[in-house]
Ligand binder design. Structure first.
Ligand code: PMV
Length: 323
């Protein structure tokens, strides 16, 4: 038996603009995790089933999404199932043509379709569990590259930020197509995450931003550039040990995301409630339209901001310290 876990993530600054080459800052959220346990079948079965139908002897159980299937069955579906893509991508990276009979059990406490990186975290945990089980661990770079290919199924044209931050499980300053930069947190700070409870498709919000960009490139590129400069200022504030400067930057970033049409009444209600209850700043995080928002708080404000978010309709909150 081998097992592996991967954390969730939040984007502190820069979502959407990052798809167009601007930088973004993302951090892992270890309070929520995806977990995969891979169990090899007994030896006798292994001998019998390494032939052509090997994929029928690979069982994938994911109770959270009501899945109990064989890899063979998932591969026969008309559209590629992300979990099948993870397994085939891992095999390819390992230079193998078949998996031995096994059962992969997938559980996750990361809400799906909510901007917390659940898809990437499941991919990363599954890749690592399989590679370790086969005695061929992969480098972080390889793990992230496989997960990136799978993100394309989830998101269409992902920037790669989710798979990167989830794989490295460190604060990341991310620019699409460039080597990753881990950033230093000069002084720890606290963020309350509020979940609208509304599942939202990142593929759709990214697609809508693309339509707006196609319709008016100069305007959208001005918005992207404004977000890019917020991200650079925020990185300096974090590295310099001045997280309190992030509040107004979050508010500005949220306003720009609103202009890009990716906020929603629920996200606006939660960000307003956070600010009114004393948070230093708040913004949506991730693809938007639903999913999660984040609020920057001082330690002594955690309770009041959490309460205000729940009162304003949040389905759950997570408090995370970034350090
Ligand atoms: O997976 P989410 O919902 O956190 O969104 C990822 C962030 C986007 O910038 C909206 C898309 C991307 O691929 O970078």
């Amino acid at each position: 038996m081998t097992s592996a876990s991967a954390p969730g993530k939040i984007i502190l600054f820069g979502e959407h603009a990052v798809v167009y080459g601007q930088p973004a800052l993302a951090v892992p959220v270890t309070q929520v995790q995806a977990h995969v346990q891979a169990d090899l079948a007994a030896d006798s079965e292994t001998d019998q089933r390494m032939g052509d139908g090997w994929a029928d002897s690979v069982r994938i159980v994911a109770p959270d999404i009501g899945l109990d299937s064989s890899l063979g069955r998932l591969l026969a579906e008309r559209t590629t199932h992300p979990l099948a893509a993870v397994m085939m991508g891992t095999l390819q990276a390992l230079g193998l043509s078949a998996l031995p009979p096994l059962t992969a059990r997938i559980t996750s406490s990361i809400p799906v379709a909510s901007g917390l990186g659940s898809g990437a975290a499941v991919s990363v945990a599954l890749i690592r569990a399989l590679a370790d089980m086969l005695g061929k661990p992969l480098s972080d770079e390889q793990v992230s590259a496989i997960a990136f290919e799978v993100e394309k199924l989830h998101h269409g044209t992902p920037s790669g930020i989710d798979n990167t931050v989830v794989t490295y499980a460190r604060p990341v300053y991310f620019v699409k197509g460039q080597p990753i930069e881990i950033f230093r947190v000069g002084a720890p700070f606290t963020v309350v995450i509020g979940d609208t409870g509304i599942a939202a498709s990142t593929r759709e919000s990214v697609g809508d931003v693309r339509k707006l960009w196609e319709a008016d490139k100069p305007k959208m590129e001005r918005l992207f550039a404004a977000i890019g400069s917020i991200v650079r200022t925020a990185r300096q504030a974090i590295e310099g040990g001045h997280p309190e400067w992030l509040g107004p930057l979050m508010d500005e970033n949220h306003a720009l995301l609103r202009e890009m049409s990716v906020s929603s009444p629920e996200l606006d209600r939660l960000t307003d409630a956070a600010r009114r209850s004393g948070a230093l700043g708040a913004k949506l995080s991730g693809g938007g339209r639903g999913g999660n928002m984040i609020a920057l708080v001082r330690q002594d404000q955690v309770r009041s901001v959490t309460y205000a978010l729940m009162e304003a309709g949040a389905k759950r909150t997570i408090v995370t310290e970034i350090s």
